[in-house]
Design a protein around this ligand. Structure first.
Ligand SMILES: Cc1cc2nc3c(=O)[nH]c(=O)nc-3n(C[C@H](O)[C@H](O)[C@H](O)COP(=O)(O)O)c2cc1C
Length: 369
């Protein structure tokens, strides 16, 4: 467990989890997640794109990277998915016009084919896959499990029985009620400002409503948070911490392709858009020629999950492999405004903690002597 000698920002939830700072960070990289935990926060590895065998190994590697501090893993577990279970089934259901549109993007941007498959050419988001991913999580040694989309009660019960603290991302009070009914320990109130799949309610509006609905459970604030003053504001609203995704995209440990890093460093809050073109569900991403193409008047409507990623997977794998700069993008929140340079996670954490302390200090004059 982390040393809690520096407890000036450690609250009840930090003490329960054994972390120093109420700063939670989600990343698709085990190196970044481990670095967040090693820096005194709680790193959560987003594993939705790992097949079950790969996931079990990744979680062992994650544990090895931060052996002395708690760490978490996050899965996307949408409940309403069609019954398709093989890439062939999904492929057969994709309309010809959509295929032609994606072929057109290959041509327009001169994208060579990918030499290897990716998650979407091997797997389909289906209940069978989720079951295997959950089994890998339950058997792992990570301390925290977060459900990103969907909170199936049997999964939450199983992971809790395995001794893990459970968290669920919620974007509306009705989602919070479902998560509470499923037995989730901690709610993450994720607002519209956030990178990734997002709802319609802004973070500042959402957090107090989720706290009121939480029946005493700890709530974390997420969405659009990039500096400590916002963490202090979240604490002032009654949240037990802040959950950040986008700021870690600027971390050295992430090792993103140079063209993507450049796009993120150059982006301001106004350069993110919500699109269904990423996964079929509304998702906030940094704007690129990819999101522009799907927003054009002649574009077909994006398909539902899991068809959209099955459709675009081979294009995006090729874009990543060959670093086709105009089409490169990533999920990113309005907090991308604070991604201004590439720096180690520990420095980002130091800054967030220092700024949070300063902002809490600013509240002192408002307190009675
Ligand atoms: C690149 C990226 C990928 C994300 N992937 C996931 C994911 O797989 N699962 C999940 O629960 N949330 C995911 N999110 C959302 C984060 O958990 C978090 O709620 C969000 O980033 C908070 O807003 P912010 O981006 O403004 O910090 C992702 C966010 C980003 C930026």
């Amino acid at each position: 467990m982390a040393s809690t000698s520096d407890q000036s920002l450690a609250n009840a939830l930090c003490r329960r989890l054994g972390i120093r700072y109420p700063v939670f960070g989600l990343a698709h990289s085990i190196e970044v997640a481990a670095a967040i935990s090693n820096a005194g926060g709680l790193g959560v590895y987003a594993a939705a794109r790992d097949g079950p065998n790969e996931l079990a190994q990744k979680l062992r590697d994650l544990r090895a990277l931060c052996p002395d501090v708690p760490v978490g893993v996050d899965l996307l577990l949408p409940t309403a998915l069609p019954g398709v279970s093989t890439p062939e089934d999904v492929s057969a259901a994709i309309p010809e016009g959509h295929r032609r549109f994606v072929d057109g993007l290959f041509e327009r941007f001169a994208v060579p084919p990918a030499t290897a498959g990716n998650f979407f050419s091997q797997y389909v988001r289906s209940q069978a896959l989720f079951e295997e991913q959950v089994a890998a999580v339950a058997q792992s040694e990570v301390e925290v499990f977060a459900a990103g989309v969907g909170t199936p009660a049997d999964t939450i019960a199983r992971v809790r029985r395995a001794g893990k603290t459970t968290m669920a991302l919620v974007g509306a009070v009705k989602h919070a009620r479902k998560a509470i009914a499923a037995g989730v320990d901690v709610l993450v109130a994720q607002g519209y400002d956030a990178g990734g799949h997002t709802g319609a309610i802004g973070t500042f509006t959402l957090v107090p409503q989720i706290i009121a609905a939480a029946e005493g459970r700890p709530v974390l604030a997420a969405g659009g948070i990039g500096e400590g003053s916002q963490i202090a504001a979240a604490l002032a609203m009654g949240a037990q911490g802040a959950w950040l995704g986008t700021v870690w995209l600027g971390s050295a440990e992430h090792r993103l392709p140079a063209a993507l890093t450049e796009r993120l460093l150059a982006a301001g809050s106004e350069d993110t858009v919500i699109t269904r073109a990423h996964s079929g569900k509304p998702c906030r991403v940094v704007r690129s020629a990819f999101s522009d193409a799907w927003a054009a008047a002649d574009a077909p409507a994006p398909l539902d999950m899991p068809y959209q990623q099955a459709l675009t997977g081979r294009l995006l794998a090729a874009v990543e492999e060959h670093e086709i700069a105009p089409l490169m993008y990533e999920a990113a929140g309005q907090s991308v405004a604070w991604v201004k340079e590439v720096e180690p996670v520990a420095r980002i954490m130091d800054r967030l903690v220092r700024q949070t302390r300063q902002s809490l200090e600013c509240l002192r004059p408002y307190l009675p002597d």
